[in-house]
Write a protein that binds this ligand. Structure first.
Ligand code: HEM
Length: 160
């Protein structure tokens, strides 16, 4: 069953209610927790995080760098969810994200893979139902499509 952009947006935004950004201990933990999950379950991807290639979840938890980076990634996820119905703004934000990641020379397949990681994080804390997961994967599919177009237009490696 396919969902409208509005339905996708509403489900994704709702799924982030328990993962609000913020400066409280809980707000900070919501972001840092993403990297604890990421580094534990996808340790091969730590290679992109210079100086943190060997970090364990415990190292991430104690790290001010990942408190800050946790807020950045969590904010980015709130933003893509909240602007999803504004298609041109959504796509422009995707392109901006690609431009900012150019220096990391990432495998282009990771843009879709990110949504498996992110929904895995939400699932791991019990705050994601099946419908919300389907919504995030639908959003991720659109995110990835614009990523690959923009990578191609930028003469960078992309997934065909
Ligand atoms: C598996 C996929 C991804 C990898 C491997 C990755 C990797 C990285 C790395 C290495 C950094 C620098 C942080 C540091 O070294 O401390 C970074 C920053 C950042 N990433 Fe990603 N990233 C991924 C996906 C995404 C996605 C999908 C988004 C947006 C929805 C995103 C948003 C950001 C933001 C906002 C920053 C902060 C710096 C900036 O805005 O330029 N990343 N990422």
């Amino acid at each position: 069953m396919s969902m409208t952009r509005q339905e996708i947006q509403d489900l994704c935004v709702k799924s982030l209610e328990e993962k609000m950004v913020g400066t409280t201990d809980k707000g900070i933990a919501n972001g840092n927790g993403f990297y604890q999950y990421f580094f534990t379950n996808f340790p091969d991807l730590r290679v992109y995080f210079k100086g943190a290639e060997k970090f364990t979840a415990e190292d991430v938890k104690k790290s001010e760098r990942f408190d800050k980076q946790g807020q950045r990634i969590l904010l980015a996820c709130h933003l893509i969810a909240n602007v999803f119905t504004n298609e041109e703004v959504f796509k422009a934000y995707v392109r901006e994200t690609i431009n900012r990641h150019r220096i990391y020379k990432m495998d282009p397949a990771l843009w879709m893979a990110f949504f498996t990681v992110f929904t895995g994080y939400l699932e791991s804390t019990g705050s994601l139902n099946d419908q919300q997961k389907a919504a995030w994967m639908a959003l991720g599919k659109e995110f990835n499509a614009e990523c690959q177009v923009h990578l191609k237009n930028s003469n960078l490696p992309y997934v065909h």
